[in-house]
Design a protein around this ligand. Sequence first.
Ligand SMILES: Nc1ncnc2c1ncn2[C@@H]1O[C@H](COP(=O)(O)OP(=O)(O)OP(=O)(O)O)[C@@H](O)[C@H]1O
Ligand SMILES: Cc1ncsc1CCO
Ligand SMILES: [Mg+2]
Length: 266
Amino acid sequence: MKESVIKNLKILREKGPLVQSITNYVVMNNTANALLAIGASPIMAHAKLEMADMVKIVNALVVNIGTLDEFWVDSMLLAAKEANERNTPWVLDPVGAGATPYRNDTLTRLLTFRPTIIRGNASEIMALAKANVQTKGVDSAHSSDEALAFGKQLSKEASAVVCISGAVDYVIDGDKLTRIKNGHELMGKVTGMGCTATALVAAFAAVEPDPYLATVAGMTVMGLAGEIAARKAEGPGTLQLYLYDALYHLKESEVKQWAKVEESDD
Ligand SMILES: Nc1ncnc2c1ncn2[C@@H]1O[C@H](COP(=O)(O)OP(=O)(O)OP(=O)(O)O)[C@@H](O)[C@H]1O
Ligand SMILES: Cc1ncsc1CCO
Ligand SMILES: [Mg+2]
């Protein structure tokens, strides 16, 4: 697993894939800068009139429903449909799933276009798996451990790789499971760290054909960069700044030494 993360980080930096995001107003700048820092090329685009043309030229797509509205939802559906038809990997970030019926209905429609990967926090993954939870806005009210069984169910139902983020990140592909124990609790105090993780996962999916390995790589790199940034940070503000530097400078030897990635049978 670690070797695959290292290999994919090298390939990502060599290829500089183009990653499209339809994402929320809160994180647009942050996730574009994180993509640049790791070596990908970001484009944020949401106009309906260019959607089909845009998806044709990108290597991966993020659909993040964080600040959805009726115009953006049309664009998201168009982009997801196009990505699905072209076999372009696309990653769904179900921000605030379970908070309102509008979010739930939109997610049900998006799921029909078969996301390659779904990355959410525990409450969001539980809501998507119909666990009948009321989520607390965009922040999780559950631990990733609590969501594991629901994540497994969702992976099978949606035929997608599912990542549940939190203190421990779980990456699930049907019966396969990987735990990633990197990261830092200060990451929960900066908004959009999950959205950033999703963007990185998409960048890896653009270069690694196996979405399970791509998700493990994206989440490991995010966790490591967060951990490295937290060593220098004085609080949430500097954590955000140091995260870009950590992504930019992340070395093979650091992945080898500090990645806590375990594949397991349960
Ligand atoms: N307590 C923690 N310890 C270690 N890492 C954490 C912790 N909490 C969050 N992280 C890391 O922060 C990143 C974002 O995960 P989180 O589950 O907080 O996403 P999220 O709730 O979707 O965030 P947002 O909606 O603000 O974008 C992941 O890389 C995760 O591993
Ligand atoms: C705070 C917030 N609200 C909608 S999207 C978003 C960013 C974190 O998901
Ligand atoms: Mg989130």
